[in-house]
Each structure stands twice: as C-alpha cells, then as structure tokens.
Write a new protein. Structure first.
Lengths: 213, 91
C-alpha cells in the first residue's frame, strides 16, 4: 500500500516537473543565443494606433534596433532590449509628425530614443513546434520616464533554410508583440487627449532577428 | 441692393466662423487627409509590413472647406470694394 502511494507521489512529481518545466523548443542546443534585430534593409517595424472619439491615428517607424538573448530550450530565459528613434515616427501627415516630435508630445530632440527592455517572462504557451505565446514584464521608456508594462507576444523560431536565407543569413526569430502605453504615465498631458488622441495607445511590433547578423 | 449686401456679408462671416470651428475641433483630418498605407504579409516570416502609399486620396470635405474659406474671403473683399467705391461716389 505504502509502495503504491510512493509510486503515485513519484509520478505526480514527474508530471508536475514536466508541466512546470521549461517551455521551449525540443532538440535545440541548451545554450544562450543572441539574435540581432538591426535589420540593414529596415524591414523591422513598430507601429502604434490611437483610437479616439474624434480621430484615429496610425503610425509606424522602421528605425528599430535591438538584441534578444535566449536559450531556445527555455523561453523563460528570454531577455533583451529594443530601441526606436522617436523622430522617425510617421503618421501620414507631415504637420502631425512635426507636432508629435515637439516638446509637449514626445520631445524627440531631448529624448531621441524610445526603449523596451524585457525584464521577466511571466508565462510561455506553446502554439506550435517552434511558435510560442510569451507574456512578459518589460520596462518601457518614453520621454525620459520609465514604467513597467505587460507585453504579450508571439515568438516564432525559423531555422535557417533556403527560404529564410532570402531574408537574412542564420536562424531567425520573429517577435510580434503588443502592449498598451498610457500617455499620462510618461508625462504627456494635452487637452486633446481623450478627444483626438487616445489616453492609451496600442503599440505593436513586427520584428525579425537573426543569430548571424 | 442693401439687403443683398447684408446677406452676402452674413454668408461670408458665417462661413468663416464655421470653417474656424471645424478647423479648431477637427484639426488635421478635415484639411489634410491622412496618407494611405498598404499592409503586406511577409511570406517568409508571416509578419505584417506597412508601407505608405505614394498618392493621397482626397475626400469631398477637403474641397468643400477650403472652397468655402476662399469664397468667404472673396465675398468680404467684394463687399469692402463696393463700400469704398460708394463712399468715393458720395464724396
């Protein structure tokens, strides 16, 4: 009887270990790898959407740089940082872009960089063999202020092949993330916020990095 | 003649006020339409990719408001020219 209980406990322990064990790609080398996101062709993008009662604004930039460090067998080890140039954000109207760069908004002259630094991976869900939904806590820096925000992303690992080589050499890692940015948290307080500009702006990233860039 | 002048002047003033209110409240969208963008899907990575379209589409409002504005200014100029001539004639 006691043997059965011990067996049951061992199985339970093994199952729980399996459940809590690192979520990652099987048959990959158990080592840290660095993926570089400085695309020489400027195909990486960060976009934002502001949906307010009087106006919807969509904008993006291709001026992104960054690195991710990850052990692919355990995506909870994922860490890294991305930087976008504030002055390169375009919204489809030149005058609005100019206003966006001004002191009352992003103050791009004084704070030229917008940063996202991944601090902690809180949850990893496997979607396919090499595709994962990753939930993270990250430090977002805008206009001189830094706040910890929740980021949800889809991370896809593409081993080097004839197809991927046409984009970059090396193994590729794609990151499609989204998070919300509350403008008042970063000292952006304007009368038109809530009417023509949303209080919370949705930011999305479409990034591809390579371990051979 | 006087009635017509008053009507023209009223139209001009009202148009100007209307244009100012619309401009002040709606900003960019009514005088300048957002440049359109195209969304592609990268066949290798399956990630979306955005590109601005070269040409901008112009809505009806982009013609109507500037036209009203120009019209109101023309009406005001005509009114003041007529008024000036009248004063000269009287003199």
């Amino acid at each position: 009887m006691s043997n059965n209980i011990i067996k049951f406990l061992i199985i339970l322990f093994v199952v729980s270990l399996k459940l809590n064990y690192a979520q990652g790609i099987e048959n990959e080398k158990n080592e840290k790898r660095i993926f570089n996101f400085d695309d020489p062709n400027k195909r990486n993008q960060v976009s934002f959407e502001s949906k307010a009662p009087l106006e919807d604004i969509f904008g993006f930039t291709n001026e992104i740089s960054g690195k991710l460090e990850v052990n692919l067998t355990d995506l909870k080890t994922l860490r890294g940082e991305f930087t976008a140039k504030a002055s390169t954000l375009k919204t489809g109207i030149e005058l609005r872009d100019q206003h966006l760069r001004e002191e009352g908004w992003l103050d791009a002259g004084k704070y030229p960089e917008i940063k996202l630094k991944i601090k902690e991976i809180t949850k990893v869900e496997k979607l396919a063999d090499r595709k994962f939904r990753v939930f993270a806590k990250a430090d977002f820096s805008l206009k001189g202020a830094t706040k910890t925000i929740d980021v949800q992303s889809e991370v896809n690992y593409l081993p080097e092949s004839q197809t991927t080589k046409s984009r970059f050499p090396g193994n590729l890692l794609t990151v499609r993330a989204e998070f919300k940015v509350k403008l008042s948290d970063f000292g952006i307080k304007q009368q038109i916020i809530g009417q023509k500009v949303a209080e919370e702006v949705l930011v999305k990233t479409n990034l591809v990095g390579s371990d051979k860039l | 003649m006087k009635k017509i002048k008053i009507i023209l002047l009223s139209i001009a003033l009202l148009s100007s006020i209307l244009i100012f209110i619309v401009w002040a409240n709606h900003g960019y969208n009514y005088f300048t339409k957002d440049k359109a963008y195209i969304e592609f899907l990268d066949p290798i990575t399956n990630l979306p990719y955005f590109e601005w379209k070269d040409e901008t589409s112009i809505g009806l409002i982009d013609f109507v408001l500037p036209a009203l504005f120009i019209e109101s200014i023309i009406l005001l100029v005509i009114y003041f020219i007529i008024k000036k001539r009248r004063i000269k004639n009287v003199e």
